[in-house]
Design a protein around this ligand. Structure first.
Ligand SMILES: NC(=O)c1ccc[n+]([C@@H]2O[C@H](COP(=O)([O-])OP(=O)(O)OC[C@H]3O[C@@H](n4cnc5c(N)ncnc54)[C@H](O)[C@@H]3O)[C@@H](O)[C@H]2O)c1
Length: 438
């Protein structure tokens, strides 16, 4: 099986399948197709399948013309019929791994898609989970489902591994194609073959590790590292504010050290489908071993408290202008979770909005990337259409919650009554009387 698959990879005689055509899956499917592998994407959302088959892109990191040309050439297609698994030799699973209402891993999208895939799995297939998850998922959860559902044996009839996706939406330098990849598989042969498949598709280096658990843990480490460092800087930021020191100036000074320090910045909280959620997968798994991840949990407490902290600061700012937050008109600039993208999943700005409304503020938002939103927690909203001087001056407070580049901040400064900049995006503006920074 190993020799045959390696030869087929070299000859591009492999049909690739991608389950879940979202922020991770669609760019991956496009890269596989661009590398010359016939690729079939699967999604339970028919609307996404129809868009792909019509050659229409819906993910920021994918080049529209790439997708259209690959579909037209018949190299890339999409389906919502799971029996497509019978046709493919390589399967990448890129489904969501959210939390449930008790902040515990909600692994049902992985379980459901693997259960369906198992029914159609044919011998000599490579199966790789790319969704971020707790260490142990591939071997403890996926392997038995695939073996029982297909009657095949892992390592003997098919290869199984984990290779974390590292895509950073909106990153102009590192994309799916040139970001180094880590692969861990259930057997050495599996690791060799799956790594060869990624090498045939990507420009970034492919590092092979000894097991899926190592690869699963390293991905959680990457995201927990960010979570903890952001928690640290949010805490330092709160202290700096009390001491009358600018945390932003402190960070700029600290980062002049050429080694041993990496800058992280405070903000209204964590957002996106990764950094705020993934550490919970680890803390949940750790409890199985009687282990408490105290540092990580404390960081999550700090980060989870940032939206309320920002509301508290907004209250004090308004107080200085003899204005109660109850009934105050507040304009938020930005609801996506980071700058220059349209993704608002777990966005801290939306939590700030909720907390502001709880204390009686009247809140509107402007976001050129998110004309409207509706999230899984039942919150929704519509952006004001034009950010004019009249609009800006009609609010008691303008609060910047996302550092988008396509906003005229000078105009905002000239017209706002007062500004609370939680992202330090107005740092270049000289006239600072009306601006308070987080
Ligand atoms: N978005 C990122 O920046 C990013 C970065 C690195 C890793 N990840 C990880 O990658 C995984 C996917 O994230 P995403 O951002 O692409 O999510 P997404 O919501 O954008 O896409 C997931 C897709 O899977 C589909 N899906 C859900 N259940 C399915 C099922 N049973 N069968 C087939 N398709 C199904 C959904 O319809 C959706 O289109 C997550 O584990 C996430 O943590 C995301």
């Amino acid at each position: 099986m190993k020799a045959k698959l390696l030869k087929n990879i070299e000859e591009k005689n492999i049909i690739a399948g991608v389950i879940g055509l979202g922020y991770v899956g669609l760019p991956l499917a496009v890269e596989k197709a661009k590398a010359g592998f016939k690729t079939i994407g699967f999604d339970i959302q028919k609307s996404k399948v129809d868009l792909v088959n019509a050659g229409h892109n819906y993910i920021g990191d994918v080049v529209d013309s790439d997708l259209a040309e690959l579909v037209k050439a018949g190299i890339l297609s999409a389906t919502n019929d799971f029996s497509f698994i019978k046709e493919v030799d390589f399967i990448a699973i890129c489904v969501p791994t959210p939390l449930d209402e008790h902040q515990e891993p909600d692994i049902r999208f992985v379980r459901d898609s693997v259960t369906e895939a198992a029914k159609y799995l044919k011998p000599e297939t490579m199966v790789v989970l790319e969704s971020t998850t707790y260490p142990g998922t591939t071997e403890e959860l996926i392997k038995p489902i695939l073996e029982e559902g297909s009657g095949l044996i892992c390592g003997q009839d098919f290869y199984l591994g984990f290779s974390p996706e590292r895509v950073d939406p909106g990153n102009l330098v590192y994309k799916t194609k040139n970001t180094p990849k880590v692969v861990g598989a259930c057997s050495p042969d599996g690791a060799e073959v799956i790594s060869a498949m990624y090498r045939a598709v990507l420009e970034g280096e492919v590092f092979t590790v000894s097991s899926p658990s190592v690869a699963e843990m390293e991905k959680i480490l990457e995201n927990t590292y960010r979570n903890v460092n952001i928690g640290l800087i949010n805490e330092i930021g709160r202290l700096c504010h009390k001491m009358g020191i600018s945390v932003w100036e402190v960070i700029d000074a600290a980062k002049t050290k050429p080694y041993g320090f990496q800058p992280f910045y405070p903000g209204p909280g964590l957002g996106g489908h990764c950094i705020p959620l993934d550490p919970y997968y680890l803390t949940w798994k750790a409890r199985e071993f009687g282990f408490h991840t105290t540092l990580i949990e404390n960081s999550m407490i700090i980060n989870d408290g940032q939206p309320e902290y920002c509301v508290d600061r907004a209250m004090h700012i308004l107080n200085r202008y003899q204005k109660a937050i109850w009934g105050a008109k507040i304009l938020m600039l930005g609801v996506s979770y980071k700058n220059d993208i349209d993704d608002y999943r777990e966005s801290p700005a939306i939590r700030v909005m909720k907390e502001l409304r709880k204390v009686g503020a009247e809140v509107d938002y402007y976001d050129p990337w998110v004309p409207e939103f509706k999230n899984m927690y039942g919150q929704s909203g519509k952006s004001i259409e034009v950010l004019s001087p009249e609009v800006v001056s009609s609010y008691d407070l303008v609060m910047i919650t996302t550092a988008h580049h396509n906003v005229d901040y000078e105009m905002v400064e000239r017209n706002a009554k007062v500004i609370f900049d939680t992202k330090n995006v107005m740092k270049e503006i000289q006239e600072r009387d009306k601006i308070e920074v987080l």
